[in-house]
Design a protein around this ligand. Structure first.
Ligand code: GH3
Ligand code: MG
Length: 454
């Protein structure tokens, strides 16, 4: 995937070297030689990843990172701190100011591309979800802010067949995570992977093929978004590259630096939880946006878009579409006599009966108040009338039980039906016809079905 990378370093040759490497891999590169300038460019150019040198005059890398992460406009851009190889404290400090990852100089190509690719991929997914979340916010179906996720206390599955190495990994991770060991990769199936938030796979196992396992995990529907961290031998650069190709999210070379292992683990878990959270919000907001809260039926907005699409199909020579509008008779009396809550219960029960009367491909919606619309694709006038009559009967024939005393209440409804099988009919006209038919039903005594012929 192509992405825009902002390279920040006060030493010109360092910038040029990174620029050349990244451009060779088809990344778009923006460069900057100071912290101040980098912040301006991060705001202006919205890069996908920032590679940030630590040692710079003026604003150093830590301070620059801190400011980027403080500003809501740039907070979501992943930052990779570029540190000198032996500066372990720098890494810890970088993570403390919010850096997403770090690279050591001299920069190893495979590692560089791994970090950039993994972060850019993460940002692409997060951006997409953030956009939808923003849309949801505008529509008023998403509220609330995001929490600060620390990436701790996650269930981690370690796949390593060397018992000593496995035990050591487990010990290191146990400080802040909940690691489990798995010696045999065949045991994967019944593992209950849904609760596992990260897999750490040794790429140099002897009893199993780590990369094959990673590819398998990536390919399964249930584990598709499970992050994977691979552990590679430093002399196996090709294998590390292959690991990335099969979908490993990150890797770490042996000998393992405990702090680095913990930091990478935290980062991967933070990201997974962030994405999961966004997904959940977006999914439920989509659901919310098309659902009526009182009855669980589709809402008017959704009904209108669906009806428009069906009519467009019908006007191109597709099958006829019928609609009915059902309205509860004298509903005001229910509210007046039994209270608003009882009224709500009648609406709910009415919706349930309505829904059970139709085929799955019919679209039952609450149009507003005590008025319901059902769209019936591929249904002619005869069938529509029959269906409407069946609905009317199902309301009339059994009493509604409402309130704490479970009072039995007789409820009836009136129904107007209209059919579209002509080319030029728009959805407003169709609904208007059904509404006119409903009006006739009301005026002529209620508890009946009236059809408005097309
Ligand atoms: P008609 O037979 O002519 O349809 O008479 P009606 O009383 O059913 O119709 P009208 O339109 O006069 O009154 C509908 C009432 O429904 C008025 C409104 O307060 C009530 N209503 C609308 N939405 C809701 C709701 O969500 N819950 C409850 N409990 N009542 C509602
Ligand atoms: Mg009514």
């Amino acid at each position: 995937m192509s992405a825009r990378v902002l390279v920040v370093d006060d030493v010109e040759p360092n910038v040029r070297l990174l620029e050349a490497k990244l451009q060779h891999e088809y990344y778009t590169v923006i460069t900057s030689n100071s912290g101040e300038d980098a912040i301006a460019k991060a705001n202006r150019d919205n890069p996908d990843v920032i590679l940030l040198d630590v040692m710079m005059p003026g604003l150093d890398g830590f301070e620059t990172c801190r400011r980027l992460k403080e500003d809501p406009a740039t907070r979501h851009i992943p930052v990779v701190m570029v540190t000198a190889l032996d500066q372990r404290e720098d890494r810890v400090k970088g993570l403390a100011v919010g850096a997403d990852d770090f690279l050591s100089k001299p920069i190893d190509d495979v590692t560089l591309f791994a970090r950039v690719k993994s972060l850019a991929r993460f940002k692409a997914v997060a951006d997409e979800l953030r956009l939808r979340e923003a849309a949801g916010r505008r529509m008023g179906v998403i509220e609330g802010g995001s929490s600060r996720e620390l990436g701790l206390n996650a269930r981690i599955l370690i796949v390593e067949d060397d018992p000593r190495r496995a035990a050591r990994l487990k010990r290191t991770l146990e400080v802040e995570q909940r690691p489990m060991l798995m010696q045999d990769s065949n045991a994967l199936g019944p593992m209950g992977q849904s609760t596992v938030e990260l897999m750490i796979i040794s790429a140099s196992g002897t009893s199993f093929d780590g990369l094959r396992l990673a590819a398998h995990v990536r390919g399964q529907e249930s584990t598709r978004s499970l992050p994977i961290l691979a552990i590679c031998e430093p002399e196996e650069k090709i294998k590390a590259l292959r690991a990335l190709e099969v979908g490993v999210n990150d890797f770490i070379y042996r000998p393992i630096d405990d702090d680095e292992l913990l930091a990478r683990t935290r980062t991967l878990i933070k990201r997974k939880r962030h994405i999961d959270q966004l997904r959940l919000t977006v999914d439920s907001s989509m659901e919310l946006a098309v659902t009526d809260q009182l009855t669980g039926l589709h809402n008017r907005r959704y009904m209108e878009t669906q009806l428009k699409a069906l009519l467009a199909r019908s006007s191109r020579g597709g099958p006829p579409v019928s609609v009915l509008i059902a309205d509860i008779d004298h509903f005001k009396r229910v509210n007046d006599l039994f209270g608003h809550d009882a009224g709500d219960n009648v609406i709910r029960e009415f919706a349930a009966r309505l829904a059970s009367n139709f085929r799955p491909r019919d679209l039952a919606c609450r149009f507003g108040g005590e008025e319901f619309v059902v769209i019936m694709p591929e249904t002619n006038a005869n069938d529509a009338n029959m269906i409407a009559e069946r609905l009317r009967q199902s309301i009339e024939e059994a009493a509604f039980f409402i309130g704490a005393s479970r009072d039995a209440l007789d409820v009836t409804c009136s129904v107007g039906v209209a059919v579209a099988n002509s080319a030029e009919l728009d959805y407003e006209t169709l609904l208007k016809r059904a509404d006119e038919a409903l009006y006739v039903a009301k005026r002529s005594g209620r508890n009946k079905v009236v059809s408005q012929a097309a």
